[in-house]
Design a binder for this molecule. Structure first.
Ligand SMILES: [Zn+2]
Length: 234
């Protein structure tokens, strides 16, 4: 009887304790960037039947904006973290190259979660800072678990060429220290949504270091077709 009760209690404890913990880990969303909708997903699928012969290396210029409020951050720490993140971004494909062309400090009270929820606040920070024809990487303060955000379209990706305010990627200071966050946001920038597989760059809260072959092919095709206005041959 005691054994039976014990087994019963153990089973109960498992469901009460471990399942919520597992759910919490797998469901926690520390990036809330929009995923492609049905129409957008179809456009991405269509990229695979589009003939793309161009195999030239695409070079993307990145303009870095280090946003601080009262206290200037340690630029040596930011530089180290930035180098780590950009190196990681340069590691996932030999057909893409990211090149930091400028880096400057911006005094502004912006917080990542506010920007995520308010295009007005995003514009207030970025409109006078954006550098044309580059990916504008904003390093901003975060007051919660949100580590990155990329304003993206859910469909009609051909519009990107006419929307300079869509050439932005936001990463928190903590996110910058984890090189995978920039790669994750660039994944969104080049058409990817989220996946649940741990180790995949497009998942959450894991040690992330890989894209699937299909994701890589999507990034490359998306970059050549929909972000072509931003890159130049090396
Ligand atoms: Zn995300």
């Amino acid at each position: 009887m005691f054994l039976v009760v014990n087994k019963y209690i153990m089973k109960k404890l498992f469901f009460l304790l471990f399942i919520p913990i597992i759910c919490c880990i797998s469901c926690h969303r520390n990036c809330v960037t929009k995923a492609p909708n049905k129409e957008g997903s179809q456009s991405i699928q269509d990229l695979f039947s589009t003939k793309i012969d161009d195999k030239k290396v695409m070079s993307f210029d990145i303009s870095v904006h280090v946003v601080y409020n009262h206290t200037k951050p340690s630029m040596s720490a930011v530089s180290n973290d930035l180098e780590r993140s950009v190196n990681e971004a340069n590691g996932f494909s030999s057909q893409m190259y990211f090149n930091v062309v400028s880096s400057r400090l911006v005094k502004h009270s912006a917080i990542l979660s506010d920007i995520r929820h308010s295009k007005k606040k995003e514009s207030n920070l970025c409109e006078s800072e954006d550098i044309k024809n580059t990916i504008n990487l904003y390093i901003v303060r975060s007051n919660n678990d949100l580590e990155g955000y990329a304003p993206v379209l859910a469909s009609n990706f051909e519009e990107y060429a006419n929307l300079p305010d869509m050439n932005r990627v936001f990463v928190s200071y903590k996110g910058l220290a984890d090189g995978a966050v920039l790669v994750h946001e660039l994944g969104h920038f080049f058409g990817l949504g989220h996946v649940d597989d741990c180790r995949n760059y497009m998942s959450y809260n894991c040690y992330r270091d890989t894209f699937t072959g299909e994701q890589l092919e999507t990034i490359l095709r998306f970059a050549r077709v929909y972000r072509s206005y931003l890159h130049r041959p090396v």
